[in-house]
Design a protein around this ligand. Structure first.
Ligand code: ADP
Ligand code: MG
Length: 626
């Protein structure tokens, strides 16, 4: 029998395409239909609130208690989602539910054709398919709606579709405004006909929607239906800071991270103006097990207008801050944002910049206020922070302030010395920050390069983390003071030292000696000279200012990279008994052997290896026998 009242409409072509895609289900993540319908309901309520504020004359003046209600009707095979929001007029129903208003839908659908099947799932999910996602689980969807500005006596609009190309529209009589969506579930989707399951999904996605979401519980004995509020209905981060207890913040951290420990510190900010957003950022006490895995998941939970959008939105933090946990709730991003779009969004970029600055500030403040706490942080996350020097040149200065080092004066392997304190302790005339990179703290501490520094009480940073050599390529100065590797040639050190002891006579006396050495070593060395750096060691090798350091060369060769051969500068300590002895040797062959030994042992001390160890040993044995 034909209903005169009922009109049949055909979907616009792109709706058909989208429906087809979804129904022939690419979807592994079916449950998001609830999220989409709830966030539509929440939008409708927000719109009504707004309308009532700006066009009060159109609406009746009653107290308005917004709510979203869900009923699971097992026997009828239905899930019902209703809201008392703004509702829709007939025209709006046709426009909103018969077409896709989303910009970029076309290009989205085109892109879909080019990607692999298994990736489509995720892709669709990220696009935010909105209302149409209800067809993933439903064989029929009925929408009962009435606009809030309609008179009590006016009828509402009933929209029905099976998601197959057409929909019908008819009138129905109702006094209430708002929207009720009845999903008639497919036989294969019966699992959703379960209060517990529905509650769980809502908790997961919509817990922090600020509007109460209720589910009905039917008591078979008393035959009474009672409504149970499922969500918190007020997100922690949207509450006034002054009303939030320390314990609440800590519990919330545990809830979002599944960390059993309390966070080290956190920062909660509500920002208005150009970009409106709320951020709640936590610094954990310990690293997650996968912090060093490439495929590690990290990032912030993203909300848009209090609606949960995605976990692990990595776009808001640079990689070196991957240990930070928390939430960003933006007012400006669209609800249906995908990861791809997020990546390129200018809003995202602005947010990343401000959040990065904020986190660095939290850490800097912590380092100033609470040395002990900061030290804990540094011991665990210091290595990651060091990556920031290369990754984030814009914030290099503040990152440099966060660094902690071991040094001669620190006297232990623990990295506790800040650059600021290093500078405060510089000796008179010192205008460089000296450092030594090495394989281990022990080998750094015992390096002959440190002899003069130890003697003159000039501190040297001792760097032995694997990343350090690489990091020092990016860290060239601090507060306009240059960094200087003590294993490299450096004229200013000579000045600093010779200011303190005037022993220039040595040089002339040894000129002849040096010339002889040069003739023996020839192009094995870049230069030979008298040292001012040594006490207990007869000789040392240095790399030239612009040459690759030994430590860097080691890293390169460990990574299988070709490296230019390093030519060292050999420095001789004229006060050492061995050197004095060699100097007196007349036999040319013996002299030459001694010089080669001197050079090779210096290289050995520097690199830890020799190209031809057996030649060195033979030479040494010969000399030992003499
Ligand atoms: P989006 O929410 O991204 O706009 P949807 O497909 O989810 O896209 O919804 C399409 C449109 O349908 C919405 O923009 C809104 O105008 C309308 N709509 C959907 N659900 C409701 C509802 N519960 N109340 C009022 N209008 C709704
Ligand atoms: Mg929507």
């Amino acid at each position: 029998m034909k209903d005169k009242n009922k009109k049949i409409h055909v979907f616009k072509s792109e709706v058909k395409e989208l429906l087809h895609l979804m129904i022939h289900s690419l979807y592994s993540n079916k449950e998001i239909f609830l999220r989409e319908l709830i966030s539509n309901a929440s939008d409708a309520i927000e719109k009504l609130r707004f309308e009532k504020l700006y066009n009060p004359e159109k609406y009746t003046k009653n107290t308005y208690i917004p709510k979203i209600q869900i009923s699971v009707k097992k026997t009828e095979n239905e899930i019902i989602i209703s809201d008392n929001g703004i509702g829709m007029t007939e025209k709006e129903v046709i426009n909103n539910l018969g077409t896709i208003a989303k910009s970029g839908t076309k290009s989205f659908l085109n892109q879909m054709k080019n990607i692999k099947n298994q990736e489509k799932n995720e892709f669709i999910g990220q696009f935010g398919v909105g209302f149409y996602s209800s067809f993933i689980v439903s064989e029929k969807v009925s929408v009962y709606t009435k606009h809030a500005s309609a008179k009590k006596t006016e009828s509402g609009i009933l929209w029905i579709s099976e998601g197959k190309g057409e929909y019908s529209i008819e009138k129905f009589s109702t006094k209430e405004h708002g929207t009720k969506i009845v999903l008639s579930l497919k036989p294969s989707e019966q699992e959703f006909l379960d209060n517990w399951k529905v509650k769980q999904i809502i908790k997961k996605y919509s817990d922090h929607i600020s509007i109460p979401i209720e589910i009905d519980n039917y008591d078979k004995k008393t035959k009474i239906i009672s409504w149970e509020k499922i969500n918190e209905a007020q997100a922690l981060w949207t509450q006034n800071k002054n009303n939030i207890k320390k314990k609440d913040y800590q519990e919330f951290y545990k809830y979002i991270t599944h960390d059993s420990e309390k966070p080290l510190t956190w920062s909660h900010n509500t920002v208005e103006g150009n970009q409106e957003y709320i951020s709640l950022l936590y610094i954990p006490k310990k690293a997650t097990w996968d912090m060093w895995h490439r495929e590690n998941k990290h990032g912030l939970k993203l909300y848009v207008k209090h609606v949960f959008i995605m976990d692990e939105a990595t776009q808001f933090l640079p990689n070196y801050l991957r240990f930070v946990k928390g939430i960003i709730d933006s007012q400006d991003l669209p609800l249906n944002i995908s990861r791809e779009i997020l990546q390129d969004s200018s809003i995202t970029n602005i947010l990343r910049k401000t959040l990065t600055k904020r986190i660095l500030k939290i850490l800097h403040t912590l380092s100033l206020d609470n040395d002990k706490k900061y030290q804990k942080f540094w011991n665990i996350f210091g290595l990651v922070i060091k990556e920031g020097l290369a990754e984030d040149s814009e914030n290099q200065k503040i990152i440099a302030n966060l660094l902690r080092f071991s040094s001669i004066q620190v006297g232990s392997e623990e990295q506790t010395l800040s650059l600021k304190r290093y500078i405060d302790n510089m000796v008179k005339g010192q205008n460089k920050i000296y450092f030594l990179t090495s394989d281990s703290y022990k080998s750094a501490l015992n390096s002959p390069h440190l002899e003069i520094f130890k003697e003159k009480k000039i501190d040297v940073l001792l760097l032995s983390d694997r990343i350090d050599e690489w990091m020092m390529n990016y860290l060239t100065d601090y507060n306009n003071i240059k960094f200087q590797s003590v294993s490299k040639a450096d004229d200013s050190l000579k000045e600093l030292i010779s200011n303190q002891n005037n022993n220039n006579d040595d040089k002339k006396i040894f000129d002849n000696f040096i010339e002889k050495i040069k003739k023996i070593l020839k192009n094995k060395v870049k230069d030979v000279r008298i040292t001012y750096r040594l006490n207990n060691t007869p000789a040392i090798v240095l790399t030239d200012t612009n040459d690759m350091s030994t430590q860097m060369a080691k890293i390169f060769s460990a990574a299988g990279q070709p490296i230019p051969k390093i030519k060292y500068i050999l420095e001789i300590n004229p006060t050492h008994p061995l050197v004095k002895k060699i100097q007196k040797i007349d036999n040319e062959l013996e002299f030459s052997n001694w010089i080669k030994i001197l050079f090779e042992q210096s290289v050995l001390a520097e690199k830890g290896t020799l190209e031809n160890p057996h030649i060195f040993i033979n030479r040494l044995n010969t000399l030992l026998l003499q």
